[in-house]
Design a protein. Structure first.
Length: 516
């Protein structure tokens, strides 16, 4: 049992751990996707800006006019160089005009320039003459060159801003866009619970954006975070961090069916184990009671049988001729035979009651009369022990519909128990009362009494209350079981109130018969 429960707990722990890891992986993927999309949106914005620059009015027309003179189109190059302790972004190109003239375009992180130079591969002789011939063409290109200069300058600014942003982090994304992207990504991952998030700049040692000011400590300690704009040339250590206040409940709900089924199986196993133990203990107890019953029954049956045998043996003695002595032995045989029949009848009655195999011969019965007869019948035994029986008839209405034999046996059994469990001179009180269409009978003694645990079992078959050093209490342990079954068969109920050393009080309630 312990092994099975331990295995179930281990399996549940493994399931919870796996779900936590899956949740962490999904959240990190969602955060990285958000960071990647923000970076793509920034690149798209820069690309759209370049497209606007390339479509500047008048530039295309000037390019067409200079097409014959310009040997090739611009093919800019961009390089990184070290200047002192800092890195600089350099952007330059060379444009060939005709065979003799070159236009050099040079921009860097702090400087920019646009100037002509001679083609190094052209011989210096005759350059002045050639330049004079090109004066007209150069004047026509001045306007075009100015546009080219502005285009390079703007293009350089766009590329520089994209590669080495000089803007603040908050200006690089829209908070509403970030919130929307985060919501979409988490929903796609199946995470639909409340969350708090923020953007941290470690160098500034503060949140530059946060959705809940009261959650700074939780967000600062959260492991669920991803870097923003990870592809910046010179790096960017800011990151987005998220926290889920209802994470534990969310994970439990995810595996609720598995936990419930596992818990149900553990419960079933425990229930079956407990029920089995209870059944074994109960069966052991019944077995012990049945053994006691068999021993008592054997003793109860052997006593009259032995007495009858002795009486018969005496009657067979030819020396006994006195008629009075014969009559005495015959009376003993008759009494013992009746006693034997009564004992057998008790066993048969309880068996019939168990099977509900009994027929009540119902009639109108005056219960005061039944109680009075029972008291007179047992008074001889009580007086022989130096005791007394008190009869209090307060029931003015005592008509009950039932079986006289069984109702008489009920009263006899209660009086017999009161007599047997009174170790000294019995003092028994019978009281009849009428209240609310009920006939009430109480049988109270001042005997050994019972504790609460014993009172729970006295109506069970074969159960007998321990009497300590008192060994003369005989019986099968069937009397009170018979009383309870027959009282309930007549539509009534029986209760007991007892304390050790102070005696017991049995109360029987039967419905009054309606006279029609």
């Amino acid at each position: 049992m312990i092994g099975l429960i331990a295995f179930q707990l281990f399996w549940i722990d493994s399931l919870v751990t796996a779900n936590e890891e899956r949740f962490r992986k999904d959240v990190l993927e969602a955060l990285n996707n958000v960071a990647s999309k923000l970076e793509k949106h920034e690149a798209i914005a820069a690309y759209n800006k370049l497209r606007v620059l390339n479509s500047t009015p008048g530039l295309e027309e000037g390019q067409q006019r200079s097409k014959q003179m310009v040997k090739r189109q611009f093919k800019p190059r961009m390089e990184l160089s070290n200047q002192g302790n800092q890195q600089a972004l350099m952007f330059f190109d060379t444009v060939q005009f005709g065979d003799e003239l070159q236009l050099v375009v040079n921009f860097s992180s702090g400087t920019q320039g646009l100037f002509f130079q001679k083609n190094p591969f052209i011989v210096e002789e005759g350059v002045d003459d050639q330049l004079k011939k090109k004066d007209i063409e150069i004047k026509e290109l001045e306007e075009q060159l100015a546009r080219i200069s502005r285009k390079y300058e703007l293009t350089f600014d766009v590329v520089k801003d994209l590669m080495v942003p000089g803007r603040s982090l908050m200006s690089r994304f829209n908070p509403h866009q970030l919130d929307s992207l985060l919501s979409v990504e988490l929903t796609y991952k199946g995470i639909d619970i409340e969350y708090d998030y923020g953007v941290i700049a470690p160098r500034l040692n503060r949140f530059i954006m946060i959705t809940n000011e009261h959650k700074q400590e939780e967000l600062g300690a959260s492991e669920l975070k991803a870097g923003l704009f990870p592809n910046d040339v010179f790096g960017n250590d800011s990151y987005i961090v998220i926290d889920f206040p209802e994470k534990k409940n969310f994970l439990i709900n995810k595996i609720w069916s598995s936990l419930a089924s596992s818990g149900f199986l553990v419960f079933v196993i425990l229930f079956c184990f407990g029920y089995s133990i209870r059944t074994i203990v109960h069966q052991k107890k019944i077995s012990e009671m049945k053994n006691d019953f068999i021993n008592n029954m054997t003793h109860e049956l052997k006593t009259p049988i032995s007495t009858v045998s002795l009486a018969v043996e005496a009657l067979n003695d030819k020396e006994i001729e006195n008629s009075n002595l014969k009559n005495k032995y015959l009376k003993v045989i008759n009494d013992e035979n009746k006693r034997l029949g009564e004992q057998v009848e008790k066993v048969l009655q309880i068996a019939a009651i168990d099977r509900k195999d009994y027929n009540l011969k119902e009639e109108m019965i005056m219960m005061n009369e039944v109680v009075r007869e029972a008291a007179e019948h047992i008074s001889v035994q009580i007086e022989q022990r130096g005791g007394r029986i008190n009869l209090v008839e307060n029931a003015k209405i005592d008509t009950v519909k039932g079986d006289r034999t069984h109702l008489t046996n009920i009263v006899h059994n209660l009086l017999d128990n009161a007599n047997k469990y009174s170790p000294e001179a019995p003092n028994i009180t019978l009281r009849t009362e009428y209240a609310e269409d009920q006939f009430n009978l109480t049988v109270q003694d001042k005997g050994v009494g019972m504790n609460r645990e014993q009172q729970k079992h006295i109506f069970e078959k074969f159960y007998r209350v321990p009497t300590g050093n008192l060994h003369d209490v005989k019986g099968f342990g069937l009397g009170l079981a018979y009383v309870q079954n027959m009282v309930e068969a007549h539509g009534g109920k029986v209760d007991v109130d007892s304390e050790p050393g102070r005696g017991s009080k049995f109360s029987i309630t039967l419905p009054i018969a309606n006279e029609t």
